[in-house]
Design a protein around this ligand. Structure first.
Ligand code: SAM
Length: 263
């Protein structure tokens, strides 16, 4: 049995140790033996080994070299663990699925919080190759992801996530469940990508630019906030009142703006 790893702050390491939360996450994922399961940041294997026990095989992406030998050692006899030593932001999930000969992956992970938003955006870029995602994140981030129009925390993350996925917050996890405890509460969330045939067809770069500008100054009216990107007439042509604030628009309203004419 290996001694516990010393958690590294620079890698955002907070190792989950409370069994009941591990069990709840595994139950939420409910892996099947024919799933192609990918874990982001296995750490010491808190989720890896229970998932491997049920699924029989798993691909884990870990940046910290020091953790890899112990993961490999411990996996022997449990299942087929394939470890990719890489920064998850550089992993092409679409290519990974193709190489594995599967149409879609299932992704899970207790994410390193210092890059949680970039990881979410990266996964969304590969949404067509993903069946679902189960992530542990800061509770505050999950609240923003799931927020509805009019809420104080509704913003860029809510819109960009909700136009790509169904966002299902599952349960909260207190700091004491981790070693060392993070300074914030955590939450587990399920993301289910909208099927390609139902997904919006707006240009992703234009959508991103509009959403970013719209929420950069939340108190401005839409026409003021989007001044550099489109005029009031173009906003009206998309069926939206230019005098409203961005926080009152539904996620699909931003898609309508992105698909409208530029000015
Ligand atoms: N899954 C483990 C658990 O629940 O105890 C560890 C979770 S810990 C919060 C985050 C993990 O992500 C660590 O193992 C860390 O080394 C890894 N990590 C950090 N940055 C990463 C990156 N850019 N790419 C892949 N893994 C990363």
């Amino acid at each position: 049995m290996n001694a516990p790893a010393r958690p590294k702050k620079s890698f955002g390491q907070h190792f989950l140790h409370e069994r009941r939360y591990i069990e709840r996450i595994v139950a939420a994922i409910s892996p099947r033996s024919d799933d192609f399961l990918v874990e982001i940041g296995p750490g010491e294997g808190a989720l890896t080994f229970p998932l491997l026990t049920v699924a029989g095989k798993l691909t884990a992406i870990e940046l910290d070299t020091d953790l890899i030998p112990r993961l490999q050692q411990q996996a022997a006899g449990i299942g087929e663990l394939s470890i990719v030593h890489a920064d998850v932001l550089k992993v092409d999930f679409t290519a990974l699925a193709q190489r594995a000969g599967v149409t879609r992956l299932r992704i899970a992970g207790n994410l390193p919080y210092y890059i949680s938003s970039p990881i979410l955006f990266h996964c969304i870029d590969h949404a067509a190759a993903i069946t679902d995602m189960h992530f542990m994140l800061q509770k505050e981030v999950v609240d923003r992801m799931a927020a509805e129009p009019g809420s104080k925390v509704y913003g860029r993350l809510s819109v960009m996530l909700q136009v790509a996925c169904r966002v299902v917050p599952l349960f909260d996890v207190p700091p004491g469940a981790f070693r060392p405890p993070p300074k914030v509460d955590s939450s587990v969330v399920r993301l289910v990508p909208i099927p390609p045939e139902e997904r919006h067809d707006a240009d992703p770069a234009r959508l991103h630019a509009i959403v970013k500008a719209a929420f950069a100054q939340r108190r401005k009216t839409l026409s003021n906030a989007l001044r550099q990107l489109m005029d009031a007439e173009a906003i009206r042509a998309a069926g939206i009142d230019p005098k409203v604030r961005a926080e009152m628009l539904a996620p699909m309203d931003f898609v309508a703006l992105a698909k409208g004419r530029e000015s």
